[in-house]
Write a protein that binds this ligand. Structure first.
Ligand SMILES: Cc1cc2nc3c(=O)[nH]c(=O)nc-3n(C[C@H](O)[C@H](O)[C@H](O)COP(=O)(O)OP(=O)(O)OC[C@H]3O[C@@H](n4cnc5c(N)ncnc54)[C@H](O)[C@@H]3O)c2cc1C
Length: 333
């Protein structure tokens, strides 16, 4: 159990929280970043570290893992404290805020920025075969190289399922995607690429049984017909059950138990508590990394003015603040 004190506590070390840590440091705030997962990177690290991301400004294409590591490196000159593997549970409000964690830590902060994404996320279980998790059934594909030479069946029709099919297609012996509907929910371009690839697509299909221990085959029903697919790895990509959990008890205005309602300064209904990224909501909100980066910059700048009412919301142009040794700073060559 530890006590610490910072200017701003960022709850959630996903891409948006990590960029917030850089931005808060650049604005002269001491910062801690708290996450229930053991590694930074949020959904990227947990779900698609090897996927190429094409819609982050300045990068024509960047692997998820690389983006996270760049974000950590960008914040590093400002030495944010990382409290990983512990969930934020309680919020006490007095002159400052105190957030308590599952590890029993208490973090005192003058302002809080919640970048909790979809909250604590648990994969949606397979209707059948979930008991074989770890015996050939998986929910994530953190190390695609381990799929070399394997028959892979992916179950699902969203972005994760299609992205993993495309990622594993050049590595695995075979990739089959099984989806219960006719149309995929994933990005249309990804679906088009998959349709032109060697991925076998089985639609309007249900998994009837997962056979073997470890898994050897999957039985699927397509209409009246039953098919047996060879399978060394079954990737269950049926989405996630998101739960804001303890954040629901913080007294913030919440939309449909999933999103924190914010105003144009990214302030929640509790002054001094801001939100950015996937967790926040306002009319027209688009849940992407690019939009989250802008939101957290706005949140940090407004938090600066909340902490010190004499400070300006506008930061000036940040090249003036570049840390020593970083490109553009007075000390860089
Ligand atoms: C398969 C897939 C592909 C995608 N591809 C793209 C893409 O190509 N481009 C794009 O822009 N977006 C993409 N996205 C969406 C993108 O990943 C999200 O928009 C982004 O991760 C949101 O970042 P965030 O930091 O707001 O939240 P998250 O990444 O969800 O991170 C939130 C973090 O907060 C932590 N947390 C939550 N509650 C607590 C708590 N109480 N205490 C401590 N920690 C907590 C969580 O553990 C998590 O690590 C994709 C998503 C998926 C699933």
């Amino acid at each position: 159990m530890a006590e610490s004190s910072v200017d701003v506590l960022i709850v959630g070390a996903g891409p948006v929280g990590l960029f917030g840590a850089y931005y808060a440091g650049a604005r002269g705030l001491s910062t801690a970043v708290l996450d229930s997962l053991p590694e930074p990177g949020g959904q990227i690290t947990a779900m698609y570290p090897e996927k190429a991301i094409f819609d982050v400004a300045g990068f024509p294409a960047i692997r998820g893992r690389e983006l996270v590591s760049n974000l950590v490196a960008q914040a590093a000159p400002f030495s944010p404290g990382y409290l990983l593997g512990q969930q934020a549970i309680g919020l006490e409000r007095g002159d400052d805020f105190v957030v308590t964690t599952t590890a029993g830590d208490r973090v005192r902060a003058k302002a809080i920025i919640v970048t909790g994404g979809i909250g604590t996320f648990t994969p949606r279980p397979l209707p059948t075969g979930e008991e074989l998790l770890g015996h050939g059934v998986v929910h994530f594909v953190p190390k695609p190289d381990e799929y070399s030479g394997l028959d892979v069946v992916i179950v699902g029709g969203g972005d994760s399922a299609v992205d993993w099919a495309l990622l594993l297609e050049p590595i695995a012996k075979s990739v089959t995607i099984v989806h219960r509907r006719a149309a995929f929910r994933a990005h249309p371009y990804s679906v088009e690429v998959m349709q032109k690839s060697s991925v076998q697509i089985v639609t309007d299909a249900q998994v009837a049984a997962v056979l073997g221990d470890p898994v050897t085959d999957v039985e699927v029903t397509v209409g009246e017909e039953s098919r047996k697919l060879p399978c060394d790895r079954l990737v269950a990509a049926l989405g996630f059950l998101a739960n804001l959990g303890p954040l629901l008890e913080w007294g913030l205005k919440i939309e449909q138990r999933r999103h924190i309602v914010i105003d144009t300064t990214m302030s929640s209904s509790v002054p001094g508590v801001y939100a950015a990224g996937d967790i926040c909501d306002y009319p027209g909100k688009v849940r992407l990394i690019a939009t989250g980066f802008g939101e957290v910059a706005t949140a940090v700048n407004n938090a600066v003015a909340f902490i010190d009412p004499h400070a300006s919301v506008f930061p000036g142009h940040l090249s003036d603040y570049a840390p020593p040794g970083v490109l553009g700073s007075p000390t860089s060559s």
